[in-house]
Every structure is written in structure tokens, then in C-alpha cells.
Design a protein around this ligand. Structure first.
Ligand SMILES: Cc1cc2nc3c(=O)[nH]c(=O)nc-3n(C[C@H](O)[C@H](O)[C@H](O)COP(=O)(O)OP(=O)(O)OC[C@H]3O[C@@H](n4cnc5c(N)ncnc54)[C@H](O)[C@@H]3O)c2cc1C
Length: 392
């Protein structure tokens, strides 16, 4: 029997295991139906920032940032963190909540400063900036590599004695009354466990519903477009454009564009059934926004597209929680921003499992409880940006 079985070897499952090992728990088995990082983790744009209006989410991102910065020492591997900075541009209608959010972020310890259009023009000389009211720059932000991070965590975990079983699909969580005792695999094998943590993204829903636990998690199809600028853009910061509602960063010289408008988020019934390329409509929407924002790029060419599924909750914030069953926990519903908060969130999950509470500064465990949805007590930012989706 393992002390802890974790279902899902994405960045959340591996980060949770890492945090447990930091607390001396190494008798852990991670089970994945496919392979390490094969889910949303391997498809992530990997943007890293602390710009959140919800204090506990900003604080999780800050804790995670410290991990990303020290990952080469901690894990002995390059996880692909490119600390190019994170830039936000905002329209006039959102200046007041933006400044209030920045003040709150700084009070939590986030390094973020308002900067002028002329400073932005030095960073992104190809960009059109006249429709923004103001900007902020988080110099410690940037982008990482979800797949490399999960793989590096997995390698370090194996070194600490953690067992990672790939191709091991969990078909059922096994309970004796209201206490969980293990999991059953698709081939019938039962893996006994003292504690089970379900970290299987949108696939967590059917595993928990079989026990009568409703997880309000909706799979959402997302589409990204890679554009070859055919010119050297240097190493500018990740650009979160909250006017055109898009994000862009450079990856290997190409620009990775995501459409952050609400209508670009397409709910789907099955997280395993979606196209592996963006639609013509999605490509056109991205191209239009890209051309508007970057008139200084004279001959851009679409090189490819990427798609994936995010696991969204009604308040676009994660569930990191105990359940109605003793020794059964869940870390799911990352809502499209699970990579940048994964190390902190893994620590939070480990602390809920071991202590029932959080010791992370400014991160009350109760913020992420599953019951908040039934209670109508959603985790939302007090600094609402009009016209943007709720992950800021
Ligand atoms: C296109 C895209 C762009 C994104 N961009 C960003 C970004 O810029 N910044 C950011 O912070 N976040 C981003 N995200 C979100 C982030 O990548 C995810 O929130 C995060 O990777 C989720 O990790 P996870 O471990 O919860 O889930 P996953 O990585 O999906 O892992 C779940 C694992 O569970 C396994 N599994 C499922 N069912 C079972 C079962 N029955 N038995 C055993 N194993 C099972 C799967 O195989 C999978 O490996 C993006 C996501 C997408 C799709």
C-alpha cells in the first residue's frame, strides 16, 4: 500500500508529489493513463506572472515564481523558464481597477510597476500602442515549459523513491463507506492507498461523480496560432493585451498568439474529443488582432496552430480541497492558469492533506474549497476588468 496515490501526472500531480516529499512523505505512487505531462500540461503556453486580483491566487503565483527561479538548483534540470518579463496593456475603462490591483499585488510582495508607452515601445518597437491607457511590467515574469517542468519534477521524484506508473488508467476510486482505500485500474488491478489525490484535470469529473461528488468543471476548447514574424524581435516580454484581448510571446523566434476574448472559449462535452488544429474562424480572429497590434511586422506568416483543453470552474479558479470522503482530495479545475501556480498549488494540496490548513502567506486553504460553489461564495477578484475573462 502507498501512503499517497496521486491520479494524474501533469504539473499539478507532480508538483503535489514534490511538495509531499519536501515534507518527508515519499511512499507515493503517481498513476497516469498516458504519460507524464501528456495532458493540458504538455500543451500549455506556459505564461508565468503574478498579475491576479484574487490575493490568494497572486500569492500562489508568487510562491511558484520562487520555485521556477530556483528550479535548476532544486531539480538539477533546465525547466525552460525564460524570464523575459510580463507586460500588461490596458484600456481607459480599466485604469482604476488596474491600479488598485497593482497596489494590492505589491502589498503581497509582487514586483510590478506601471510603465509608460515610450518604455513599452523600446521593448516591443513593432507594436501599435495608441489605444492603451497604461501598462505594467512584471520583470520577474515570462514563460516556461509545462512539459519540461513536469518531466523534471518526475525525474526528481523518482530519485526520491516516488513510483510513477504511466499507461495506468484509473477507472474507479475505491471506498469503504465514507473512507477512501485506494483506486482500481482499468485492467482490474486495485492499488491500495492511505490517501488519494485526484489531479486529473477535466478527467477528474467522472472519477468523482461515481462517488456522488459533483465537480463543477467544464472542458473548454482553446486555440492558439503561431506566426513567423520573418524578422528578429529580440527577447521582448510576454505581452498581455487586454484591449484587443490576446496574449503573445516569442518561442523559438515565432510569436505564439492566444485569443483571450470570452467568445474564444468553446465549451465541449468530452475533453478527449476536439480538433488538433485551429479553425479558419479562429485563425482569422487571431490574424486580425495580430495585424492591428503589430503593424511594424511587415510580412508575418502563419506557421502553425495549436489546440488544447482547459478545465474551467464557474469562478475560473482552482479547486484544491478535501471532499466528502475521508482521505480523498482533489486538485482540479485549473481554468487555464494552472501552470504558473502549480508549485505553490502543489504545496497547498500537500498541506491540506497533511495539516488540513495552509501555511503559505496570504493563501487561506478555504479560498479553494470545493464547497464554495454550493455556498455561492465564489473566488472572484475585487478588481474587475471590464470586458476580459475572469482569470485576472
Ligand atoms: C493551450 C493551453 C494554453 C495554456 N496556457 C497557460 C499559460 O500560459 N499559463 C498557465 O499558467 N497555464 C496555462 N494553461 C493551463 C495549464 O497548462 C494547465 O492548467 C495545467 O497544465 C493543468 O495541469 P494538470 O496537472 O491539472 O492537468 P493535466 O496536465 O491535464 O494532467 C492531468 C493528467 O491526468 C491524466 N489522467 C486523466 N484521466 C486519468 C485517469 N482516469 N487515470 C489516470 N490518469 C488520468 C492525464 O493523462 C493527464 O496527464 C494552458 C492550457 C492550455 C490547454
Amino acid at each position: 500500500m502507498s501512503d499517497v496515490v496521486i491520479v494524474g501526472a501533469g504539473v499539478i500531480g507532480t508538483a503535489t508529489a514534490w511538495a509531499l516529499t519536501q515534507r518527508g512523505i515519499t511512499d507515493i505512487t503517481i498513476l497516469d493513463r498516458d504519460s507524464v505531462g501528456s495532458g493540458g500540461t504538455g500543451k500549455s503556453a506556459g505564461i508565468i506572472r503574478c498579475h491576479y486580483g484574487v490575493s490568494s491566487v497572486a500569492a500562489l503565483a508568487l510562491t511558484s515564481l520562487e520555485f521556477f527561479e530556483s528550479a535548476p538548483d532544486l531539480l538539477g534540470a533546465d525547466i525552460g523558464f525564460e524570464q523575459v518579463g510580463y507586460l500588461v496593456g490596458i484600456g481607459p475603462e480599466n485604469v482604476d481597477p488596474f491600479r488598485a490591483s497593482l497596489a494590492n499585488q505589491r502589498s503581497l510582495g509582487v514586483e510590478t510597476n506601471e510603465i509608460s508607452a515610450s518604455e513599452v515601445a523600446e521593448l516591443w518597437p513593432t507594436a501599435r500602442l495608441d489605444d492603451f491607457a497604461t501598462f505594467c511590467l512584471e520583470p520577474r515574469g515570462g514563460y516556461g515549459d509545462g512539459y519540461a517542468t513536469a518531466q523534471a519534477l518526475a525525474a526528481a521524484l523518482r530519485g526520491r523513491g516516488v513510483v510513477i506508473r504511466q499507461g495506468a488508467k484509473v477507472s474507479e476510486i475505491v471506498a469503504d463507506g465514507d473512507t477512501v482505500t485506494g483506486v482500481k485500474l482499468a485492467d482490474g488491478e486495485v492499488v491500495p492507498a492511505g490517501t488519494v489525490v485526484v489531479a486529473a484535470g477535466a478527467w477528474s469529473v467522472p472519477l468523482l461523480s461515481a462517488l456522488g461528488i459533483t465537480l463543477p468543471v467544464q472542458p473548454i476548447f482553446v486555440q492558439e496560432v503561431l506566426i513567423d514574424p520573418q524578422m528578429d524581435l529580440g527577447a521582448p516580454p510576454v505581452f498581455s493585451d487586454l484591449v484587443a484581448k490576446q496574449y503573445v510571446h516569442l518561442r523559438g523566434g515565432e510569436m505564439l498568439f492566444g485569443n483571450s476574448a470570452g467568445d474564444a472559449m468553446i465549451p465541449i462535452p468530452d475533453p478527449d474529443v476536439y480538433p488538433n488544429h485551429a479553425s479558419n474562424d479562429a485563425i482569422e480572429a487571431v490574424a486580425e488582432k495580430a495585424i492591428h497590434r503589430f503593424p511594424g511586422i511587415e510580412d508575418p506568416r502563419i506557421s502553425t496552430t495549436a489546440t488544447g483543453v482547459i478545465d474551467a470552474t464557474p469562478d475560473n479558479n482552482p479547486i484544491v480541497s478535501a471532499t466528502g470522503y475521508a482521505r480523498l482530495f482533489v486538485a482540479a479545475g485549473m481554468s487555464g492558469h494552472g501552470f504558473k501556480i502549480a508549485p505553490g498549488l502543489g504545496r497547498l494540496m500537500a498541506e491540506i492533506v497533511l495539516d488540513g490548513a495552509s501555511s503559505i502567506p496570504n493563501v487561506p486553504a478555504a479560498d479553494f474549497r470545493l464547497s464554495r460553489f454550493d455556498e455561492g461564495d465564489l473566488l472572484v477578484s475585487p478588481y474587475v476588468y471590464v470586458g476580459t475573462t475572469g482569470i485576472r
